[in-house]
Design a protein around this ligand. Structure first.
Ligand code: ZN
Length: 135
């Protein structure tokens, strides 16, 4: 597997609008766009900072994984995404090492990235996203 950088850090929030008061208004990290990802029942907002970005996640329905996360744990750090050169290669190598994945095949995330999640139980309690995207 060829990891490139921290692609983004996902933060689960109740309201993107409310959250931007801090991140944009006070911290001065501009939001460059929002996107609904129907597959994951979330709206994401992107706040690029250097080579990485902050990704704010707001659930769009009560059965959204993000809404369920908020009910269980409240707002907070949701996942860390590592950019990889090839998502297929990353999945293959993780499987070969017996690492439990939530996704056995790549799926599409925000920004047209191809992504797969590693199960938190296999990564020290951290939901780890692998992301392949062309920038
Ligand atoms: Zn993500």
């Amino acid at each position: 597997m060829k990891p490139i950088c921290v692609d983004h850090i996902g933060i689960a929030v109740k309201s993107i609008d409310e959250t931007l008061k801090l991140w944009e208004g006070v911290l001065g990290i501009k939001c460059t766009g929002r996107e609904e990802v129907p597959d994951q029942k979330v709206v994401t907002a992107f706040l690029p900072l250097g080579d990485t970005e902050i990704e704010l996640l707001e659930g769009t329905s009560s059965d959204s994984p993000v809404t369920q996360f908020l009910e269980r744990r409240g707002e907070g750090l949701h996942h860390i995404a590592i950019r990889v050169e090839s998502i297929e290669e990353a999945i293959r190598e993780l499987k070969a090492n017996g690492i439990r994945l939530t996704d056995e095949k790549p799926r599409y995330g925000a920004g047209g990235a191809r992504i797969a999640f590693v199960h938190p139980k296999a990564a020290n309690g951290v939901l780890l996203e692998l992301s392949e995207r062309k920038r």
